[in-house]
Design a protein around this ligand. Structure first.
Ligand SMILES: [Zn+2]
Length: 73
């Protein structure tokens, strides 16, 4: 049993499809860069062209929270 440390894991919703390929998105590993730091995350992405779907909640609130936790160390 493997468990990776990821800051955010977002399931691919069945309604999410790639605008270019019309392929349903699948959950995959990605890195979210913010303020010079890279955070490992799991996000819905296109299996064909690797387009990564970034939900608005992650782009704004969640990432700011992650950065706050790092500052407190
Ligand atoms: Zn695609």
């Amino acid at each position: 049993m493997e468990e990776k440390k990821v800051y955010e894991s977002i399931e691919a919703d069945a309604s999410l499809v790639c605008g270019q390929c019309q392929e349903p998105l699948v959950k995959g590993s990605a890195k979210f860069s913010y303020m010079g730091n890279a955070f490992p995350v799991e996000l819905p992405m296109c299996p064909k062209c690797k387009l990564i779907y970034v939900p608005e909640e992650l782009a704004l609130g969640r990432v700011l929270k992650v950065e706050k936790e790092l500052e407190d160390k």
